[in-house]
Design a protein around this ligand. Structure first.
Ligand code: IPM
Ligand code: MG
Length: 356
């Protein structure tokens, strides 16, 4: 198993270390494990003057899978785009063709009280946001800030999707739904945007090849509302990059903490990049209080999707469940009466649960 480890910045470093610790405990000496650490984000700038150093990209390209922490720094947006730490992740996704981003939102029964929503609204929640990751307004050209004829500055970006890009992600959505509850909701803004109009048309056409899967469409504003009002109606939500970015943070909060949610970004073969949905969290970085569970579960997704090690992946998830059932909590999911742990202590608790 050849794995590129890219902890990045902020809490990314703290949580990735825990995921690696649990990975080593799970794999033990069953398999040769080759872990190659490579700097990205602010760490890449420090090491090589580039948020995605050529050597790091090379390591990522050669690896079977990438464990990613988080990249970015406060004030990022003031740095030119190409040098921006947060943008290194976007380049990495694009360079590796990681177009299918799986962002599950599920509620651990032990954490039902941690959600800000009423228990009956979120109990049993299990949905998958499938976010297209290499197109959309994130990558569309032209983009920039220019001076208009009247001499004022104007910012502009371009939302674009080609038919083949939509087809490709739609197939992934329908196939994913077949392994779940057989429902796809495609989210767009087809009442306003041509890009979305084409998106909807293509998803509908692809859907005819999957008559066993129920396909619905929703506008993104309505989808956001439905996510808050009755999230359990969703199984798979498929959407473009920007809508998926926003909806996945919202969906994360249904489960109590964004610190719990893993993600996988796949290229259509077994190669994948695995990262927590959360970012660098500069406000709590360096204090050893970040929740490593999202990173640990991301590593579990890696075992499942890139290495086909289903049993090991199940062991990771079971260990997390056990730790939660034992009442251990990081600060973000702390409730009176539970036992508060720091980042590394939570990692140790998961390792201990794996070994039990
Ligand atoms: C995410 C993040 C990234 C994104 C940022 C860090 C570029 O918010 O993975 O959701 O917008 O894709
Ligand atoms: Mg985001």
């Amino acid at each position: 198993m050849k794995i590129a480890v890219m902890p990045g910045d902020g809490v990314g470093r703290e949580v990735t270390a825990q995921a690696v610790k649990v990975l080593k405990a799970i794999v033990g000496n069953q398999l040769p494990l080759e872990l190659i650490e490579a700097p990205v984000g602010g760490a890449g700038i420090d090491a090589a003057g580039d948020p995605l150093p050529a050597s790091s990209l090379e390591i990522a390209k050669k690896a079977d899978a990438i464990l990613f922490g988080a990249a970015g720094m406060p004030g990022d947006e003031a740095i030119p785009y190409a040098m921006r730490p947060g943008a290194s992740l976007l380049r990495l996704r694009k360079e590796l063709g990681l177009f299918a981003n799986f962002r599950p939102a599920f509620l651990f029964p032990e954490l039902i009280g941690a959600s800000t929503l009423k228990p009956e609204v979120v109990e049993g929640l299990d949905l998958m946001i499938l976010r297209e990751l290499t197109g959309d307004i994130y990558f569309g050209e032209p983009r920039g800030i220019r001076i208009t004829a009247s001499g004022e500055r104007e910012g502009f970006n371009t939302m674009r999707y080609t038919e083949s890009e939509v087809e490709r992600i739609a197939h992934v959505a329908f196939r994913t739904a077949r392994l779940r509850r057989g429902k796809v909701c495609s989210v767009d803004k087809a009442n306003v945007l041509e890009t979305s109009q084409l998106w909807r048309e293509v998803v509908t056409r692809v859907g005819t090849a999957y008559p066993d899967v129920e396909l619905t469409h929703a506008f993104v504003d309505a989808a956001a509302m439905m996510l808050m009002r009755a999230p359990k109606q969703f199984d798979v939500i498929v959407t473009g990059s920007i809508f998926g970015d926003i909806l996945s943070d919202a969906a994360a909060m249904l489960t109590g903490s964004i610190g719990m949610l893993p993600s996988a970004s796949l290229a259509g073969n077994s190669k994948g990049l695995y990262e927590p949905v959360h970012g660098t969290a500069p406000d709590i970085a360096g204090r050893s209080i970040a929740n490593p569970i999202a990173a640990i579960l991301s590593m579990g997704m890696m075992l499942r999707y890139s290495f086909g090690r289903i049993e090991d992946a199940n062991r990771v998830e079971a260990a997390v469940r056990k730790v939660l059932a034992d009442g251990y909590r990081t600060a973000d999911i702390y409730q009176p009466g539970s036992k508060r742990l720091g980042t590394a202590e939570m990692g140790d608790a998961v390792v201990a649960a794996v070994m039990r």
